[in-house]
Ligand binder design. Structure first.
Ligand SMILES: [Zn+2]
Length: 385
């Protein structure tokens, strides 16, 4: 890539970083992403793309952007999220919203995760000749990946047709990823009856019930670890973490209510709803003679586990272009939602996940030219051939 192109790319990255777009489940942190979406829409329109700005239902100020050029059923989608995580300004060496170059690194909130990717994608399409497109190219920019994934969920719910192959440019050091675990967080609440501690028959102790539930969950975890293994993951089994418990108020009072929060990380092939159903059935069965009430709800919608077959064209292309076999990672992405839209999806982008969600987040400038070239090659294979 000629060096003369870099100033334009850096300028775009600078503009994207300068627009705050934090997403968070805490209302005091959460911000609209519309200004980032508007910037991208403007640039993509000028590049000849047809754009659609889609409001995310029930999330005011949050938008997805679908920008496409060319037509046909088997297009390539370059996808990314427009939001960032919250930040702690006092721990940054420079302003998180001012793209700052130091020692071959570009510092800024979202430089790696993942506003920088959009600047690379726009650079890669700069000289694209629309008349040569045999399949469409789509740029997808989503809202709220770092919090509720409401943007990707809305696209999946609406069954928005986007293309056949997708690349999500999350920071992976430009190595292809085709698998990650899912995440579910569940709250289990056991309700009994309070009463004076001196006479157990005056109440029904929720903590007694919870001790049975805890033993059952640990038993279930052991069984899941026996049943499911995938050696491609660093932690080869599903995990179930007991993360939070609260119950009762006084030693001399029968505990009326106890609440437990757990985190479940299933492997690909394990369905979240099936797991929740299994958990419910086991707890109900174990506690049915206690007279205690047991209820479970999900603390958020969960992210399904994700796997794209090694034989998929996008996996094969990414592997041959990078010389790396596609791997499995421990973080969740919008991949499963794009899959629900019928796309074979791979995760691969510039920057390192080690720098994401950290003060002094940066993008290593050595990844920029190879990243742009990689995107160009994928466009060439999937849209121009
Ligand atoms: Zn990300």
């Amino acid at each position: 890539m000629p060096n003369t192109a870099l100033p334009k790319l850096l300028h775009m990255m600078e503009r994207l970083i300068a627009e705050p777009s934090v997403s968070s489940v805490s209302a005091e942190w959460d911000q609209p992403n519309v200004r980032v979406i508007d910037l991208l829409e403007d640039w993509l329109r000028n590049a000849g793309f047809h754009t659609e700005k889609l409001a995310v239902p029930k999330h005011p100020g949050k938008f997805n952007l679908v920008a496409s050029i060319g037509s046909g059923p088997d297009g390539l989608v370059l996808a990314g999220h427009t939001d960032t995580v919250p930040f702690d300004q006092s721990r940054w060496s420079s302003d998180p919203f001012t793209l700052t170059e130091r020692e071959g690194r570009l510092y800024g909130l979202g430089s790696a995760d993942m506003k920088g990717f959009f600047a690379l994608a726009l650079e890669a399409i700069r000289d694209l000749d629309p008349k040569k497109l045999k399949q469409p190219l789509v740029i997808l920019a989503t809202a709220d990946e770092e919090s509720s994934m409401s943007g990707a969920r809305a696209l999946a719910a609406a069954q928005t047709r986007l293309g056949r192959h997708a690349l999500i440019g999350e920071p992976t050091g430009l190595r292809p990823i085709r698998m990650h675990k899912g995440i579910a967080m569940e709250c289990i609440r056991i309700t009994g009856q309070s009463g004076h501690s001196s006479n157990p028959s005056l109440g029904n102790n929720a903590l007694d019930g919870m001790s049975i539930a805890l033993a059952e969950i640990i038993q279930w975890r052991n069984e899941l670890m026996q049943r499911y293994q995938n050696p491609l993951f660093e932690i080869a089994t599903p995990t179930v973490n007991l993360g939070h418990i609260h119950g009762g108020d006084n030693p001399n009072r029968i505990c009326a209510q106890c609440e437990l929060h757990i985190d479940i990380r299933p492997l690909p092939g394990m369905d979240l709803e099936t797991l929740r159903g299994e958990l419910d059935a086991r707890l109900q069965q174990r506690l049915q003679h206690t007279g205690l009430d047991i209820a479970r709800h999900s603390l958020f919608g969960g992210v399904p586990a994700f796997e794209t077959p090694a034989s998929a064209a996008i996996v094969q292309a990414a592997e041959s272009l990078t010389g790396h076999s596609a791997e499995a990672v421990a973080f969740g992405t919008e991949g499963p939602f794009l899959q629900q839209l019928g796309m074979d999806t791979i995760i691969m982008g510039p920057g390192s996940i080690d720098q994401a969600h950290q003060p002094d987040e940066y993008l290593d400038m050595a990844q920029i030219n190879p990243g742009v070239e990689l995107i160009r090659q994928l466009i060439h294979r999937f849209c121009l051939n």
